[in-house]
Design a binder for this molecule. Structure first.
Ligand SMILES: *[C@@H]1O[C@H](CO)[C@@H](O)[C@H](O)[C@H]1NC(C)=O
Ligand SMILES: *[C@@H]1O[C@H](CO)[C@@H](O)[C@H](O)[C@H]1NC(C)=O
Ligand SMILES: *[C@@H]1O[C@H](CO)[C@@H](O)[C@H](O)[C@H]1NC(C)=O
Ligand SMILES: *[C@@H]1O[C@H](CO)[C@@H](O)[C@H](O)[C@H]1NC(C)=O
Ligand SMILES: *[C@@H]1O[C@H](CO)[C@@H](O)[C@H](O)[C@H]1NC(C)=O
Ligand SMILES: *[C@@H]1O[C@H](CO)[C@@H](O)[C@H](O)[C@H]1NC(C)=O
Ligand SMILES: *[C@@H]1O[C@H](CO)[C@@H](O)[C@H](O)[C@H]1NC(C)=O
Ligand SMILES: *[C@@H]1O[C@H](CO)[C@@H](O)[C@H](O)[C@H]1NC(C)=O
Length: 412
């Protein structure tokens, strides 16, 4: 006779076995380029900068590979400078070009910190991208609740966008004109306006979470884009997170860029879509390469660029299988961009694990989400990236999606 307690133990063992199987399925055994002794040796220098001219030559236009900069502590200044001289060749200001930093009081602009990041890029012979001219977060206190809709659309936004963009001039590859307008709970067949209103974010509400609508149409977005078109010589980018797959939020991105094209007269060939790519090394928490490529190709057909703008990738556990999975996924994202006809910028977010905004727990596993560890040392992904660039620069054909695991993709 089976006692209730044995039944519990029995079903528990099934659950544990099932969970173990699930965990195994979520962290596949992957194949990496750096398993090949040729690429392993080649990757040791981590001198990606020396490869970028050859990458650009194959792409037919400059390829920008970079990360964030935010005036590091003295102890990390030399490390940072060395990385922006050898590993990354492109820089985005983590915070210093945002609205709260650039216009802390109305029409009283403080652009020196933002311009200083551009200056730092120039000193490192690196290129610079702008982030951002419009976002509902990191706003100055004077703004969100204290202006009328018509003042916002007709004065506040045009003044802000034109002043910030003009201050950086011709040194910018692209600007994130509007950041994160679209709802996380978007559904298929929403109009672009519905995609935005559903987010319940300022300025379609008075404050985030507040219920009083400030603007009820997309005039605020048109104002930002029309102004950017006048002053920005580079690409104008719509930037967002949890996008890139074949899903409703990404569908909203296509609705929004069509709306901007028709109603704000923004030519598609001046536009880019930024895929932030704050992702995790667990099935369902990153976009499979094939889906990214489908999305990038759909943009290419319109004449719109695709950019990876803020990549970081947390892992579930601090062990070899997870570190390798991280390298495989990051490598797939890079390949998706390299082999796309319309992707010329790939930017990572935060330079090392000790300064990353992704911290352990909080649904982010053990974090370890950047390209260098907490001491600034390289990881498998750091080398794998160098190997992917080398392979592309050599003219090799695109390879399979390594994140699918060795059963579907063995590299060599
Ligand atoms: C991982 O894949 C490689 C290549 O297919 C294989 O040799 C190795 O045994 C696999 N390791 C595990 C733990 O399954
Ligand atoms: C950084 O490098 C400079 C020049 O090589 C050196 O003088 C300085 O001591 C270094 N700073 C730190 C914190 O290592
Ligand atoms: C480009 O950047 C350099 C270095 O920061 C600066 O001296 C120059 O004025 C900038 N050019 C424009 C057009 O802003
Ligand atoms: C704008 O509104 C915010 C929130 O109510 C308030 O804290 C702030 O003091 C106001 N600023 C100005 C300049 O009125
Ligand atoms: C609704 O969205 C689905 C998925 O994109 C699409 O197949 C369908 O054609 C859409 N329907 C309408 C009426 O647009
Ligand atoms: C859109 O909203 C703005 C700001 O509230 C308003 O001034 C404008 O009349 C609206 N446009 C349309 C077509 O409703
Ligand atoms: C342009 O705006 C109108 C009015 O808001 C809207 O009905 C239409 O769908 C928009 N066009 C596109 C392509 O989104
Ligand atoms: C990850 O594991 C390695 C090897 O055990 C250890 O040296 C390192 O401190 C760990 N890192 C973190 C962030 O726990």
């Amino acid at each position: 006779m089976t006692s209730p307690s044995t039944m519990v133990a029995f079903s528990l063992s099934i659950v544990v076995t099932a969970l173990a199987a699930l965990a195994q399925a979520q962290t596949p055994n992957v194949s990496l380029l750096i398993d090949d002794p040729y690429y392993y040796d080649l990757a040791q220098s981590l001198d990606v900068r020396s490869l970028l001219p050859f990458v650009s030559l194959r792409k037919g236009a400059a390829f920008h590979w970079g990360s964030t900069y935010s005036y590091p502590a003295a102890a990390e200044a030399n490390w940072t400078s060395e990385k922006f001289s050898t590993y990354w060749g492109h820089i985005v200001a983590e915070n210093d070009c945002k609205w709260y930093a650039t216009e802390p009081e109305r029409q009283d602009f403080t652009l020196s910190a933002c311009e200083g990041v551009s200056q730092y890029a120039a000193e490192h012979f690196a290129t610079f991208r702008g982030h951002n001219t419009f976002w509902h977060n990191q706003l100055p206190a004077w703004l969100p609740g204290n202006v009328t809709a018509s003042d916002l659309v007709n004065n506040v936004i045009p003044t802000h966008v034109s002043t910030v963009i003009k201050s950086l001039g011709w040194n910018v590859t692209s600007w994130d004109v509007t950041n994160e307008l679209i709802s996380d709970t978007a559904t298929y067949n929403m109009t672009s306006l519905e995609c935005v209103l559903n987010a319940d974010r300022w300025p379609t509400v008075t404050y985030d979470g507040g219920s009083t609508p400030l603007v009820t149409n997309l005039s605020f977005a048109y104002a930002a884009w029309r102004t950017a078109l006048m002053y920005d010589p580079g690409k104008l980018v719509y930037n967002d997170y949890s996008t890139g797959a074949q899903d409703a939020k990404t569908e909203c991105v296509f609705q929004l860029i069509a709306d901007l094209n028709i109603n704000a007269s923004i030519p598609y060939n001046r536009m880019g879509v930024g895929f932030q790519s704050h992702v995790g090394a667990q099935e369902g928490y990153y976009v499979p390469k094939a889906e990214l490529e489908t999305t990038f190709a759909r943009l290419a057909a319109l004449g719109v660029d695709a950019l990876v703008t803020e990549m970081d990738l947390w892992i579930q556990a601090n062990d070899t299988i997870n570190q390798r999975y991280q390298a495989a996924i990051w490598g797939d994202y890079l390949d998706a961009c390299l082999y796309a006809s319309n992707c010329f910028e790939f930017v990572n977010w935060d330079n090392r694990d000790d300064t990353s905004w992704i911290t352990p727990g909080d649904g982010h596993g053990v974090a370890m989400a950047t390209l260098f560890d907490m001491y600034g040392n390289p990881k498998p992904v750091t080398y794998e990236i160098m190997a992917r660039f080398a392979r592309y620069a050599e003219g090799a054909a695109e390879m399979c999606a390594t994140a699918l695991g060795t059963e579907s993709c063995t590299v060599y």
